[in-house]
Design a protein around this ligand. Structure first.
Ligand SMILES: Nc1ncnc2c1ncn2[C@@H]1O[C@H](COP(=O)(O)OP(=O)(O)O)[C@@H](O)[C@H]1O
Ligand SMILES: [Mg+2]
Length: 257
């Protein structure tokens, strides 16, 4: 099993869209995939049509003392082989508890350990804040994918995110390969083209050589939760990005449970 954290400390950079597109690509290729929504805003959960009220069982239950197992919280989706653990608004309160409850930073990693035989890939859709939930994801992940908007301001956010990842990597003493995915690319703007060049210069080797273009068809997140392949330049770009990510051989495999 391989756990992927999809994270960036900045919001609106395409994290949830990326998570969804990579996960559906893996599942449609026959892999057993689990999605975990770690964002209290629950965009991923809403895309799958899970209602907000009453709050669904899901990610929060992994952090309380209910004893809920990750396997029991996973719900089926319309795509064969793709399961989802839903986010609840109560996740937002976890950050406060985290400070007073030692060990909570590793709760997700422990839960994942127990389901290793059940999934080939687990994708973690992170919130845009550096708090307990993101730290859990970075501590548990085998690789980090950082979707990055191709504009000058977003490059600062990327530097922050990679610094955070390196900090976590040092403290957990296990490599965390980092991959940068340029998103929301508009080749008609000079700042878009310039930002993409800068990304490649600064982070050579870690950046996917392509870029996910602006494509309004990707805005329809619920359409991405069905098995019918969405068409268009955006969906094609994500297919190529997934192939590139899977070809990065330096991702260490987890030990079998
Ligand atoms: N390549 C794209 N082209 C057009 N719209 C996009 C693209 N990627 C994401 N979006 C839209 O941009 C918004 C933010 O994307 P989202 O994936 O929710 O970002 P995040 O999870 O980082 O907040 C959403 O409305 C989403 O549908
Ligand atoms: Mg999101």
């Amino acid at each position: 099993m391989q756990a992927w954290a999809i994270a960036n400390q900045k919001g609106g950079v395409g994290k949830t869209t990326t998570t969804l597109c990579l996960a559906r690509g893996l599942a449609l290729a026959g892999q057993r995939v689990l999605l975990i929504d770690l964002d209290p805003h629950a965009s991923l959960t809403r895309a799958f049509g899970v209602p907000a009220n009453p709050p669904p069982a899901g990610t929060h239950d992994l952090f309380d003392n209910s004893g809920a197992s990750l396997a029991s919280l996973a719900r089926a989706t319309q795509i064969d082989g793709l399961k989802l653990i839903a986010a609840q608004p109560a996740l937002a309160t976890l950050e406060r508890r985290g400070a007073t409850q030692p060990g909570l930073g590793l709760a997700l990693g422990r839960a994942l350990h127990a389901v290793q035989p059940l999934y080939d890939h687990v994708l973690l859709d992170c919130p845009p804040t550096l708090g307990l939930l993101m730290v859990n994801a970075l501590a548990a992940a085998d690789r980090l994918v950082v979707p990055t908007q191709t504009d000058p301001l977003a490059l600062h956010g990327l530097a922050d995110m990679l610094r955070t990842a390196e900090m976590v990597e040092r403290s957990r003493r296990r490599p965390l390969p980092q991959h940068v995915l340029p998103t929301l690319y508009d080749r008609r703007t000079r700042s878009g083209v310039h930002s993409l060049e800068l990304l490649h210069d600064r982070y050579e080797g870690r950046v996917w050589p392509g870029a996910v273009p602006m494509d309004t068809r990707l805005r329809d997140a619920p359409a991405l939760t069905t098995a019918i392949a969405p068409s268009g330049r955006g969906a094609d770009a994500y297919r190529r990005a997934l192939a590139w990510l899977l070809a990065q051989h330096h991702v260490p495999q987890r030990q079998a449970a």
